[in-house]
Design a protein around this ligand. Structure first.
Ligand code: C2E
Ligand code: MG
Ligand code: MG
Ligand code: MG
Length: 272
């Protein structure tokens, strides 16, 4: 390193920074190509009741990379979020997801992850309403998943937008609930239908202290008359623990199914 060589540390920092930056630009460039060249795909992960009844699905983005294969959004969404690339991606996702919602038998719902940057665009409400109209999909079967960090700034403006969409019938869910930075005080003010318990809490079932967090989230949701979706359910023990609560509970996780290519989802659930 520069330090070993007797140089200053700034040199080392600059080198790694430029590498990080180059990596970011490369991902951005390739993502834009994928967006224009049908390299992106939507997967659907089933959401079920305790008895296995299907209630809907969450839309999860996949990038079919020419050399790296199917890439999870965990590896690129953060990069896309640093620029308006996430807005373009998000528009594509909403359009593709609404086309799917239109195909999906009622009353099944479809949940889409919305990045804060996309939500904050001045025309977000108009965009969703316009796409709902174009697709002919039922707004009340659309669930928009947002994360707590959406609520750390401009809360009034965020709430007005949520209320406008709720007027159209759209539902809202807070994803990864309990892992973000915002305070609980905003919860009652938000027009919400659902809280999603983060998988880190669900997967800690068996650990007394962590279970207390699950219990508390379920209590908050029930008191606010919200549906609860437990994400990352992998074991029967977790299902049994979650089902002990008297709550409007939906389950999602590998125990039931992993995220599936759309055609597999339809084949597995709608043909006999
Ligand atoms: P998320 O919205 O919290 O989605 C849940 C993640 O948990 C998904 O990862 C899903 O594949 C994974 N998962 C589901 N069941 C299990 C399980 O039983 N065990 C474990 N270990 N994991 C499980 P995925 O698909 O890699 O997505 C990661 C994150 O990327 C998502 O977290 C979401 O924040 C973001 N993301 C995914 N698709 C989109 C999208 O279309 N738009 C935006 N803005 N973000 C997206
Ligand atoms: Mg989600
Ligand atoms: Mg989540
Ligand atoms: Mg999560």
């Amino acid at each position: 390193t520069a330090k070993d060589a007797g140089g200053n540390q700034t040199a080392v920092y600059d080198v790694s920074y430029s590498t990080e930056l180059e990596k970011r630009y490369e991902i951005e460039r390739e993502l834009r190509l994928a967006l224009n060249d049908s390299g992106l795909e939507l997967y659907l992960q089933p959401q079920v009741r305790e008895n296995g009844e299907l209630v809907g699905a969450e839309v999860l983005l996949r990038w079919n990379h020419p050399s790296r294969g199917m890439v999870s959004p965990a590896d690129f969404i953060a990069v896309a979020e640093q620029t308006d690339l996430i807005v373009d991606l998000g528009k594509w996702i909403v359009r593709a997801a609404l086309a799917e919602l239109k195909r999906l038998p009622a009353p099944l719902t479809l949940a889409i992850n919305i990045s804060p940057r996309q939500f904050r665009k001045y025309d977000f409400v108009y965009f969703i309403e316009h796409e709902l109209q174009q697709s002919g999909a039922d707004p009340s079967r659309l669930i928009l998943e947002v994360t707590e960090n959406l609520f750390v700034e401009d809360l009034g403006d965020i709430i007005s937008k949520m209320e406008a969409l709720q007027q159209s019938g759209v539902q809202f869910s807070i994803d990864d609930f309990g892992t973000g930075y915002s305070s609980l005080s905003y919860l009652q003010r938000l027009p919400l239908q659902e809280l999603k318990i983060d998988k880190s809490f669900v997967q800690a079932v068996g650990n007394q202290e962590q279970q207390a967090i699950v219990d508390s989230i379920v209590a908050i949701a029930s008191n606010l008359r919200l549906r609860i979706v437990a994400e990352g359910v992998e074991t029967q023990e977790q299902v049994d623990y979650l089902a002990r609560h008297d709550a409007d509970m939906v389950l999602q996780g590998y125990l039931f199914d992993k995220p599936l290519p759309i055609e597999d989802f339809h084949r597995n659930y709608f043909t006999s």
